[in-house]
Design a protein around this ligand. Structure first.
Ligand code: GLN
Length: 477
């Protein structure tokens, strides 16, 4: 029987390939077989790329045979969220608008993963243009949570999370504008890292909210998340918002307990709104942190829960409406057939090419930016954003990191809230404020509630990914 790599971490697969225990081609074939066997139930992928994967594997195997040193992720199967360009694949953002868009270049983060030896298995499903928290707004199909296929995998990087949780790939890339890496990781029982704004290049990633978006890994272990971050982090001359700051060593896991660590627990995060079983799993995780030697500090983020959803959805929709203006059937994207005139061409291309949630966000985003409303909405939201960041800086001033829930509930039933946009937006209560503040967040599994995974997040200081990874590594063991 062919070997299965399901339970191996990326680090173990790379070590096995380097040691010659198995070849990268065997790993690629096993991953393709797992995809073939499980996609019927999970539907994590929009496109599978066997040729690209096998080609990359053959290169790794040839390099090893030639005695060349192998890069850190050589032979590790990777799923890529479908808002990241990769030559040889379509990049659709799960939208009819880009259904036939062939990538003409490769995103920097994806290229860095390929240079590190990863095998690109394919493009993962997502909410259309990354607008959502359940992956149900994909124009093509839904993705099912591998823990219970009647439930959502979370979103918008639901395909990326489900592919890892189902054992189809060892790791994936997602993007997080308001929680889209951390929340699906929590709902699927994976690890997800949203780096500090500017730590990872956004070049080649189709923009949602340019001041909020960050790319990061979804993995099985904290160690793998650190490995991926060390590959994708760093300045890119093609993205002027990427930070020139040198990249830290992220995989220094010398810490084995939490003695001397001050963990802030935002009082507003643990208040009402948290579902009973999730609250219990969070309390247990806090007790564990204390047992491991951490000092738990009561902190307050007065604006971050109260105003985060309102401020986030105004800023995110404003930026989205501006970013999506290029998809007009002329410059980019789907073009309506037989237009009567130019207005008709624009109007029908966008009405037929974009789904309902995308249209809602474009309308709201345009509204809050319009003359007469700008001061009341967009400007106000920008001011609140500042207060939220200040809340975080105050709280982090007395702690090493903050610790809180990711999602108020575990994975919910498919179809149960998709028709209630406000309810869906409220699911993001614990994640969006971090993006407004630009800070890094690590989500990792801390237990189960009623047979479904529960995740919690560590929130770090600007560029202190090493700190939260080190603490997360101890807590997740
Ligand atoms: N659920 C949030 C939204 O719909 C976050 C999405 C994301 O991070 N891409 O905007």
């Amino acid at each position: 029987m062919a070997q299965s790599f399901d339970s191996l971490t990326a680090a173990q697969i790379a070590a096995g390939v380097a040691a010659g225990d198995f070849t990268a081609t065997e790993v690629a074939q096993a991953s393709l077989a797992a995809i073939e066997a499980r996609e019927g139930g999970v539907q994590a992928f929009l496109q599978v790329a066997p040729e690209l994967a096998l080609e990359a594997a053959a290169r790794v195997d040839a390099d090893r045979a030639a005695g060349k040193p192998l890069p850190p992720l050589a032979g590790v199967p990777l799923a890529i969220k479908d808002n990241m360009n990769l030559v040889g694949t379509r990049t659709t953002c799960a939208s009819r608008m880009l259904e036939n868009y062939q990538s003409v270049y490769t995103a920097t983060c994806v290229q860095r993963m390929l240079d590190a030896g990863c095998l690109p298995m394919g493009k993962a499903n997502m909410d259309e243009f990354a607008f959502g928290s359940s992956t149900e707004s994909s124009a093509f199909h839904r993705t099912n949570n591998p823990w219970d296929t009647e439930r959502v995998p979370g979103g918008s990087s639901g395909g990326s999370a489900a592919a890892v949780a189902a054992g189809e790939v060892a790791l994936s890339l997602g993007s997080d504008t308001g929680g889209s890496i951390r929340q699906p990781a929590a709902l699927c029982g994976c690890v997800g890292l949203k780096p500090t704004y500017g730590r990872v290049s956004r070049y080649g990633v189709i923009a949602y909210g340019s001041s909020l978006d960050q790319v990061g890994p979804l993995t099985r272990t904290v160690e793998d998340a650190a490995l991926v971050l060390s590959v994708i982090a760093g300045h890119d001359k093609r993205d002027s918002t990427s930070s020139p700051r040198p990249v830290d060593g992220y995989a220094d896991f010398s810490r084995s307990d939490l003695k001397g660590v001050r963990l802030g627990v935002p009082r507003e995060f643990m208040a009402e709104g948290l579902d009973g079983p999730v609250a219990k799993a969070c309390q247990d995780a806090l007790a564990r942190a204390r047992d491991l030697g951490a000092e738990l500090v009561d902190v307050s983020l007065p604006h971050a829960t109260r105003h985060a959803i309102a401020a986030y959805y105004i800023v995110a929709m404003a930026e989205a409406s501006s970013n999506l203006s290029r998809f007009d059937g002329v410059r980019y994207g789907y073009r309506a057939a037989e237009p009567k005139n130019l207005d008709d061409l624009y109007c029908r291309s966008r009405s037929e090419g974009f789904g309902q949630e995308v249209q809602r966000r474009i309308l709201l985003g345009t509204y809050v930016l319009s003359a007469g409303y700008y001061d009341a909405y967009y400007k106000k939201a920008a001011q609140v954003r500042r207060l939220i960041r200040q809340d975080y800086l105050n709280a982090l001033g007395s702690c090493d990191a903050l610790f809180g829930p990711v999602s108020p509930v575990t994975a919910w039933k498919l179809g149960s809230i998709i028709d209630d946009p406000l309810k869906m937006y409220l699911m993001d209560i614990y994640t969006v404020s971090l993006n407004l503040a630009g800070l890094p967040g690590l989500s990792f599994p801390v237990g189960e509630a009623d047979g479904l995974p529960v995740g919690m997040q560590l929130i770090g200081k600007d560029f202190d990914e090493a700190g939260i990874l080190g603490i997360g590594n101890v807590l997740s063991k």
